[in-house]
Design a protein around this ligand. Structure first.
Ligand SMILES: C[S@@+](CC[C@H](N)C(=O)[O-])C[C@H]1O[C@@H](n2cnc3c(N)ncnc32)[C@H](O)[C@@H]1O
Length: 440
């Protein structure tokens, strides 16, 4: 400590050294740390906030370790297993045996617990949390030999997270926008960096070409990427006047550079950890017609998925900018949506629930039947679902889903309720993860 920072004072008895401001702060920080930081070598991630997170950690440890105990007060875990493997896979620990986990690396590099790699490529409505997918992949003990299915793959959170974890997957969705986004997230993991290099002038010209509907490019990945960045730009631009000074092209360039940054960070993490990314297969199809793809029968080790929650979000409408630009028929896309196809009578009565809800439930049940058909014996299922309200009436989709799972032959295993923090609509409160198994 620098002597000059001390102030010396004389009392009538003797001379005192008063601590400097830096010394006081240092002592304060050390004491404060004992309350704030977990105590140990294998510690909770700071992103663990809810009881559901504690359940997720428990599920992951069941899948990844030989033995473990969780000490929630000190926020530490005692575990036995392959430390390196656990470090690369786990989503709820910050450190394993003193070493940062791969997930912490993602969080630190991207400054976010969800927007890492290409998960944040585009704000797709109803997207779920990559951390939950990672947790379930761990809980289901999937490895490089496994095959994972998401028949409501949307923007591809399941398939992208599986790819990052070196697990093969198939993603199915009925909407063209979902297909474009999920295949882009996949392709960007394997693209040659040079293909992504564009000067500011080139990017400016590309933005103008897209605006004038004159955009053409030989490489289909770059072609689609530029369109997605453009749609995202227009969407942001239309929602707020915040970007007026930057202009559309300025914002387009900024958003493109963000994607390049994501690419660089992702590849750096891949190289630093010698990761092996796996490719995913993306198919535009209807889950209700899954059985037409004969080779899918009994093919999958697990399914992690989230059907549209009834009426909670206008999924297609959100992508109006893109569909208008591409000249796609939104009504036709919407008509392929779960619950929108049948114009006849519902197969079941569902004790007087509104007709459109009954139609949706009919379709939901067929979807679950088809998932059962596509899984291997012993295959695992996780469905993420929430309840919604129609005309002020609560629609019990969570419990109906659990009932359907059991009716088609699944063994119900567990339900984890995940509260959505900060959600203003208290009627929804959160979503549930229903875990089931197709018994051998
Ligand atoms: C809740 S979102 C899933 C979002 C996804 N988990 C993600 O992270 O982006 C539901 C998805 O189901 C799709 N979908 C609706 N009806 C479908 C059907 N009949 N077959 C396949 N997919 C369908 C929608 O296009 C939408 O992307």
């Amino acid at each position: 400590m620098d002597k000059d920072t001390h102030s010396q004072q004389m009392s009538i008895f003797e001379k005192y050294d008063y601590p400097s401001y830096e010394e006081i702060i240092d002592a304060y920080s050390k004491e404060f740390e004992t309350y704030v930081l977990p105590k140990g070598n294998t510690v909770f991630g700071f992103w663990m906030q809810t009881l559901a997170d504690l359940e997720f950690l428990d599920l992951e440890l069941q899948g990844l370790t030989e033995e473990y105990t969780i000490n929630p007060v000190d926020r530490v875990v005692n575990l036995k297993g392959d430390d390196d493997f656990i470090r690369l896979r786990i989503a709820h620990l910050e450190k394993v045996n003193g070493e940062k986990t791969l997930y912490t690396d993602f969080v630190d590099k991207f400054g976010d617990t969800n927007a890492y790699a290409f998960h944040n490529l585009y704000p797709y409505k109803g997207k779920f949390y990559p951390r939950v997918v990672r947790t379930l992949i761990n809980a289901f003990k999937l490895n490089s030999q496994s095959l994972l299915l998401d028949p409501f793959n949307g923007s591809g959170t399941t398939t992208h997270e599986a790819s990052l974890m070196g697990i093969k997957s198939v993603g199915i969705d009925v909407t063209p926008m979902g297909i474009v986004l999920s295949s882009l997230k996949n392709d960007l993991l394997f693209i040659d960096e040079q293909k992504l290099n564009f000067s500011i002038k080139e990017l400016y010209d590309i933005a103008v070409a897209i605006e004038n509907k004159k955009w053409q490019y030989e490489d289909p990945v770059i072609y689609k990427l530029m369109l997605i960045v453009y749609f995202d730009t227009i969407d942001a631009f239309e929602r707020t006047s915040r970007y007026n000074r930057k202009g559309k092209t300025g914002l387009f360039i900024e958003k493109y550079n963000y994607i390049i940054n994501c690419y660089k960070k992702t590849i750096e993490i891949k190289n630093n950890n010698a990761l092996n990314f796996e490719s995913s297969q993306i198919i535009e199809s209807d889950v209700l017609e899954l059985k037409n793809i004969r080779e899918m029968e009994g093919k999958f080790d697990a399914c992690i998925t989230s059907p549209p929650y009834y009426f909670s979000i206008d999924y297609v409408g959100k992508d109006k900018i893109a569909y208008d630009y591409l000249g796609a028929d939104m009504k036709k896309i919407e008509s392929r949506y779960l619950g929108m196809k049948n114009k006849g009578n519902p197969k079941e009565n569902y004790s007087g629930l509104p007709l459109r809800v009954a139609m949706y439930y009919d379709d939901l049940k067929v979807s679950i039947e088809n998932i059962f058909w596509a899984l291997k014996p012993g295959g695992k299922l996780a469905i993420i679902i929430g309840d919604s309200t129609v005309n002020g009436k609560k629609i019990p989709t969570t419990m109906v889903t659990k009932k359907f799972c059991e009716e088609v032959g699944f063994k119900f295993n567990k339900l984890i309720f995940n509260p959505l923090l900060g959600v203003r609509n208290r009627a929804i409160r959160g979503e549930s993860i229903i875990i089931c198994e197709k018994e051998n």
